[in-house]
Design a protein around this ligand. Structure first.
Ligand SMILES: Nc1ncnc2c1ncn2[C@@H]1O[C@@H]2COP(=O)(O)O[C@H]2[C@H]1O
Length: 323
């Protein structure tokens, strides 16, 4: 069993947590899910864990010291960023958060034939394979290989799940590691910014702006940003409807039966009719600006979060009466 090898492997000195940098209430060694850890959204920092809600008081942020030299040599930074951006989590990470990631990385050399990650273990670090080759083993079966530029080990950190596979070095490897605490802090900062942005988009749309803040927050959390380019068809007349859209930035043209009906811009929404009447799409909606940024609410989210009063209001504002 690989698990045996794994648990019998040489203990690698774990990167020490810089507990001095943590707020005193925060237990760095505690392992809980992100949702169970409580974070101060406004300043992207963990706060005291409380039953039933987050602590309100702002607590000193954990600084990632971006003045100190990153262990990644300047010549390798682009390559490391490219490697990180291959994973979904880092794909659209803002530049400043990416800088924080780069400054928190630690470098490690690993001999050939070592278990870097062991299936079933708790996740401590995320790995960027800078040089070398590894194999992935699941339930004692080899399921894949990866070489320079691969990133692995993020799933257990993201989902607070046990390691899904063993990762073993096939040759001497050089890796960069990102510790769990920094990963989670970046993750919460990213989510918190996303939430704030979605909330701003929502609050600029008349019909949503009067909703209670708690409802706005729930809807904001369910929104997913999407980007389109000029000419992209977002909705096709006659199709069944699965999403509702808010326009964050840019414009769309609405056509029905081949006729121009209207142009919509930021502060508008579309795609509600198919969902509220359970009918095929009444019109085609096409991006007309070079860049179109939308916030997407799935049909499920729409059904769960848009209450009867709001549905009634959307019915009252049926655009077919206007244009
Ligand atoms: N005159 C219009 N006729 C039909 N749909 C329109 C019109 N103006 C805007 N729309 C939007 O275009 C969307 C197309 O998908 P839906 O039918 O779900 O919802 C529609 C409305 O949100």
């Amino acid at each position: 069993m690989f698990a045996k090898f794994c648990h019998g492997k040489e203990a690698e000195t774990p990167a020490p947590f810089n507990e001095d940098a943590l707020p005193h209430q925060f237990d760095a060694r505690r392992r809980t899910s992100v949702s169970a850890e409580c974070w101060n959204q406004a300043c992207d920092v963990p706060t005291q864990r409380l039953t039933g809600g987050c602590a309100k008081a702002a607590i000193t942020p954990i600084p990632v010291n971006t003045n100190k030299q990153s262990v990644v040599p300047p010549s390798d930074i682009n390559r490391t960023v490219v490697s990180l951006r291959k994973t979904l989590f880092f794909k659209e990470l803002s530049e400043d958060l990416m800088q924080q990631v780069l400054h928190a990385l630690k470098s490690r050399k690993i001999e050939a034939g070592k278990e870097i990650i062991c299936q079933g273990d708790e996740g401590d670090d995320l790995y960027v394979l800078d040089k070398g080759k590894v194999e992935y083993i699941k339930d004692d079966k080899k399921v894949g290989e990866a070489s320079d530029g691969a990133t692995f080990g993020e799933l257990a950190l993201m989902y607070n799940a046990p390691r899904a596979a063993t990762v073993r070095s096939l040759e001497p490897c050089e890796v960069y590691t990102l510790d769990r605490i920094t990963f989670k802090r970046i993750m919460v900062a990213k989510l918190s910014r996303k939430r704030l942005h979605s909330q701003q988009v929502l609050s600029h749309i008349d019909v949503f702006s009067h909703l209670p803040e708690s409802t706005q927050l729930k809807i904001s959390d369910a929104l997913q940003p999407l980007t389109f380019q000029k000419g992209d068809v977002i909705i096709k007349e006659g199709d069944s409807g699965s999403d509702f859209f808010l326009i964050d930035e840019g414009t769309v043209e609405v056509t029905a039966n081949g006729e121009h009906k209207t142009t919509l811009g930021s502060g508008s929404y579309f795609g509600e009719l198919a969902l509220i009447y359970d009918l095929p799409r009444a019109a085609t909606v096409t991006a007309t600006s070079d860049l179109l940024k939308l916030e997407d609410l799935s049909k499920r989210g729409f059904e769960q979060l848009i209450g009867p009063d709001l549905v009634e209001e959307l019915r009252r504002r049926d655009p077919r009466r206007l244009h």
